[in-house]
Design a protein around this ligand. Structure first.
Ligand SMILES: CC(C)(COP(=O)(O)OP(=O)(O)OC[C@H]1O[C@@H](n2cnc3c(N)ncnc32)[C@H](O)[C@@H]1OP(=O)(O)O)[C@@H](O)C(=O)NCCC(=O)NCCS
Length: 169
């Protein structure tokens, strides 16, 4: 694993982070999903849509910063780790693991003993990353990806991880 340029800090996102989150989100979404999700979903995941969603989801978002610049983010809702995204520059560093560990802590703090997430089958880097961090592939799963007008069903794999009890920050 490469070393980071500086110390990695995690904190709750603020409105000021939404633009940086949207940029990392759209780049990473394209890297991970183009060719692996229905065209119907690609059509609605426009650049503008990521800006809107990043603003709408600030309360669910935790960011990782390196030298005070946003390097990645996670979104946690209940027991689901919804998004784990790291900027290209910071992939292969400790940023993703630090974010995932924080997401697991948040799921446990939400009162759950098991976390889950969905990942498209054709995303081997993410799948290897989750497996290396103790997550288990439970098999094929039809994920309903939210859109402005409803949802699109995406073939994914569901991963789960058993968590220790609630911990304080
Ligand atoms: C998924 C993501 C957060 C993981 O963070 P990361 O810093 O890239 O992860 P790491 O580099 O620590 O780990 C990736 C692992 O996959 C391996 N890998 C890389 N490319 C691979 C490929 N094409 N096939 C299989 N394994 C691959 C790496 O060697 C590494 O495994 P190792 O530690 O055993 O060597 C990051 O890649 C990302 O933001 N991707 C784009 C968005 C995304 O896919 N998000 C997840 C949506 S569910």
């Amino acid at each position: 694993m490469l070393s980071d340029d500086g110390a990695v800090t995690v904190r709750s996102a603020t409105w000021e982070d939404a633009e940086a989150v949207a940029k990392i989100w759209i780049d990473g979404w394209r890297d991970a999903h183009l060719g692996h999700v229905p065209d119907e979903l690609v059509a609605v995941r426009t650049e503008e849509s990521f800006g809107v969603r990043a603003s709408q989801r600030v309360a669910d978002t935790t960011v990782a910063t390196v030298n005070e610049v946003v390097a990645g983010f996670v979104m946690v809702v209940g027991d689901e780790v919804e998004q784990v995204y790291v900027s290209k520059k910071h992939r292969g560093t400790s940023v993703a693991t630090i974010l995932l560990t924080e997401a697991e802590r948040l799921v446990a703090a939400n009162g759950h003993r098991k976390a889950w997430l969905a990942v498209v089958a054709g995303n081997p880097r993410a799948r290897r990353f989750y497996e290396r961090n103790g997550w288990t592939d439970e098999g094929s799963f039809e994920y309903a990806a939210s859109t402005a007008s409803g949802s699109v069903i995406v073939p994914t794999h569901r991963y789960i991880k058993e968590l220790p009890g609630q911990t304080s920050r």
